[in-house]
Design a protein around this ligand. Structure first.
Ligand code: SF4
Length: 755
């Protein structure tokens, strides 16, 4: 059994009491999001009301999911914690490291050869520490989670931003960095700023060509890519209830594209149907007993303006199919004529080269069946594909069932490529070009979630548009971006004019789901004997060595770089080709800060080595300081470390010997990551002091031995002309975080406590 029914029953047992207490404390009816949040407090029963968007709160998530790219460093860190097992149910999913090229069989074989070392490592660590392991080809993390683990009213975290997909089954599911996941695996609390709440009331009913995807494309148009930041989006209303569970998953999935913390729906019959169809009748039975806690209080949905920070209303009966893009998921265009005009005005190629159906967003049985109904019509009406078509089923269970029911055969009759049950083109794992940087301008349409430049195929000239699977299929068959299947005719092989009928499909497979080998490997009950092997000469994996404490004396430190302007986690630790080194700290450290702009020459990866006077790349210069036993500091501007929550952006400088990062202000998660890795993350008490820092400066911390919560630190800045400035630095370390610093890292402290 993949899921843990006893854990779920445990959540439901305490939920009623906690929700009732929360309602009493908050003093008003509760939204679903609040019910889930207040019933997952680390301290148990609520005893105070939290301010939305202000208070940081410790939570106790029910489960964790990790994908193969992020799991490597997360598990390498967990191995440092000195625990014999993960503290909460955890799964690892191998889906990102499989390139789409020749079709599923050949591509999977190739991935198993190219990344065997990484897969074997993840499998053995999972087996050792009680983690469920989903093999390459088993499916895309979020579809597999929805099919096997998500449950109404639960809370989960995952080391992937589209973890939010599980909101389709009524969860609060949130994407986090590996360091956060490691904390929870090790039995610690997980901190989150209590989110704001956006209510989306769905009235009317989807029909014809309109799909759940169009709902979220519309929400993205309304809220834009930033509009959901710091908020949970809660969907409700008759339109919500009328939609399938996987359709709800699609909507929640793309909540990541509007920056939302997560999105969710109240428990309803579509969820019950989905739970029973995926062999979780006992979860449905348990949920039915606590139904009233798995949706908002009736008063909330009756008068949403009083309970949400923002309310949006969408009438599904009036919604039409949308095409969002290119380069951003919030740029909406109604299919058809509006696109003709927009494409002409913006010089977007009208001819469509590829249609891609899949990704964690739209790869359910329902998605494939509706798209296949369009493909079948093309065959029946004598139409030939004008573009190429690629399909990534969401899971082996979906693929096997779709194959059994003839759905995949329909696509194959149109010469579509059936790729592996994996991310593939959605994460740039698509061997479309030999030289993507110099590839031609073109348009593609896909049912994925993200469409920024280079995302799918590495070609900056690819204009990617996002649509529902059925619209993607129709546009790929027509080969035109501005094709409107509701009104436009196509000419078939016999020269006749034909039109598509509306798509049809099944919410769930009429003959039930089936699968031969779902790709799941359960861990051994006692994994203590399992050996985790990492080759000494591996370029992709490296066991971690605990960081030495930096200590309470930092003198004679040199400036590594004074970063100018925006410095995101991508500037600190780039993605792209560096992805392959995510499990090898020393190798990936060779990209440390190579994207940051040096304030003194406005160049990237070009800093002065104070030991030689020469200029060089940031990692190379830093390695010279490390060799000489000299500590360094990094100086930055506002919101330093914004972007992803990846812990590599803190671990890499730490590994290379940077002792402190001093900035005007931090992105909060990066600041916490620095603290977790036992570094100093400090801010200028007087922002203007940033301007005092010169290229050849030397730094002495004058009172680090008195490091204490709420007490400023003093830094002496020695300039080459012999003059000195003494500046004050603020910090937000509490006692526990100072203990992390003193021990060298949060993990060192956990290990010590275990011992
Ligand atoms: Fe991320 Fe795309 Fe994979 Fe989904 S399918 S997990 S969005 S890479």
């Amino acid at each position: 059994m993949a899921f843990d029914i006893e854990m779920i029953k445990g959540v439901y047992t305490t939920m009623g009491e906690r929700v009732n207490k929360a309602r009493e404390i908050v003093g008003k009816p509760l939204t679903l999001s609040e019910k889930i949040l207040y019933s997952h407090l680390w301290d148990g029963t609520p005893n105070k009301a939290f301010q939305r968007g202000k208070d940081y709160v410790d939570f106790a998530p029910d489960r964790i999911a990790c994908q193969d790219a992020t799991a490597q460093m997360a598990l390498l860190q967990f191995m440092q914690a000195g625990k014999s097992k993960v503290a909460v149910p955890t799964t690892v999913h191998c889906d990102h490291l499989i390139q789409a090229k020749d079709g599923a069989a050949a591509d999977l074989k190739n991935a198993n050869s190219v990344s065997s070392e990484v897969f074997n490592f993840l499998e053995s660590v999972s087996n050792k520490y009680g983690i469920g392991f989903w093999k390459p080809g088993a499916g895309i993390i979020h579809q597999v989670v929805l099919e096997n683990y998500a449950f109404p009213g639960g809370m989960m975290i995952g080391t992937d931003s589209h973890t939010v997909n599980a909101g389709g089954l009524g969860m609060v599911a949130i994407g986090v960095g590996g360091a956060d996941a490691v904390d929870v695996m090790a039995g610690m609390a997980w901190e989150l700023k209590f989110p704001k709440l956006i209510g989306v009331k769905l009235t009317g009913k989807l029909s014809g060509w309109t799909a759940p995807k169009d709902v979220i494309l519309k929400v993205a148009e309304i809220l834009t890519v930033k509009g959901g930041t710091g908020a949970i989006v809660e969907y409700f209303g008759p339109g919500a209830i009328s939609m399938s569970c996987t359709g709800k998953g699609t909507i929640c999935n793309m909540g990541a594209e509007i920056g939302a913390t997560t999105s969710t729906f109240g428990y309803d019959e579509s969820m019950e149907r989905y739970l029973r169809a995926t062999e979780r009748a006992d979860v449905a039975d348990a949920a039915n007993k606590v139904k009233e806690h798995l949706t908002a209080d009736a008063e909330v949905y009756a008068n949403p303006e009083q309970y949400f920070d923002q309310v949006i209303e969408i009438n599904l009966s009036e919604l039409g199919p949308l095409l969002n893009g290119p380069f951003t998921p919030d740029l909406s265009t109604t299919v058809g004529k509006a696109m003709t005009e927009k494409a002409k005005a913006n010089d977007w190629p009208i001819k469509v080269e590829w249609g891609l159906i899949g990704s964690c967003t739209n790869s359910s049985y329902e998605d494939l069946s509706r798209a296949s109904s369009i493909a079948q019509q093309a065959i029946d009406k004598g139409l030939k594909m004008k573009a190429e078509l690629g399909i990534n089923p969401g899971s082996e269970q979906v693929r096997y069932t779709a194959e059994r029911d003839g759905i995949l055969g329909i696509f194959e009759n149109l010469d579509a490529k059936i790729f592996t049950n994996a991310c593939g083109p959605c994460i740039g794992q698509w061997a479309r070009y030999s030289d993507p940087k110099n590839a031609p301008k073109n348009s593609i349409v896909h049912s994925f979630n993200r469409n920024f430049a280079k995302r799918a195929d590495g070609n900056p000239n690819t204009h990617a548009f996002v649509a529902s699977p059925e619209i993607t299929a129709a546009i790929a068959i027509a080969g035109r971006l501005d094709f409107n299947p509701l009104t436009d005719k196509l000419i078939n092989e016999n020269g006749e004019e034909v039109m598509f009928d509306e798509p049809t499909g099944w919410e769930l497979p009429p003959k039930g789901f089936a699968v031969d080998d779902n790709g799941y490997l359960a861990p051994e009950a006692d994994g203590s004997h399992v050996q985790v092997s990492v080759k000494d000469d591996s370029e992709r994996l490296q066991l971690l060595t605990p960081f030495e404490p930096i200590g309470d004396s930092i003198t004679g430190a040199k400036l590594l770089i004074k970063a100018f302007g925006k410095c995101t986690t991508d500037h600190i630790s780039m993605a792209g080709p560096w992805l392959r080194f995510r499990g090898h700290l020393d190798n990936i450290a060779n990209n440390t800060l190579i994207g940051a702009v040096n304030a003194f020459n406005k160049k990237t990866n070009f800093v002065k080595n104070q030991l030689t006077g020469d200029y060089g790349g940031v990692p190379d210069v830093q390695r010279e300081y490390k060799k000489a036993g000299i500590k360094t500091i990094v100086v930055g501007d506002h919101n330093y470390g914004e972007g992803s929550s990846r812990e590599h952006a803190a671990m890499q400088p730490r590994h290379l010997g940077v002792a402190a990062v001093i900035v005007k202000s931090f992105a909060r998660i990066h600041e916490t990551n620095l603290k977790k890795q036992g570094m100093l993350g400090l801010t200028f008490a007087n922002e203007a002091d940033y301007d005092l820092i010169q290229e050849d400066d030397t730094f002495n911390f004058l009172d680090l031995n008195a490091f204490a919560p709420g007490k400023q630190l003093t830094l002496e800045v020695v300039h080459t002309n012999g003059t000195k400035d003494t500046i004050k630095l603020n910090h937000t370390y509490n006692d526990a975080q100072i203990a992390w610093y003193n021990e060298g890292s949060a993990l060192n402290l956990i290990k010590k406590q275990n011992a």
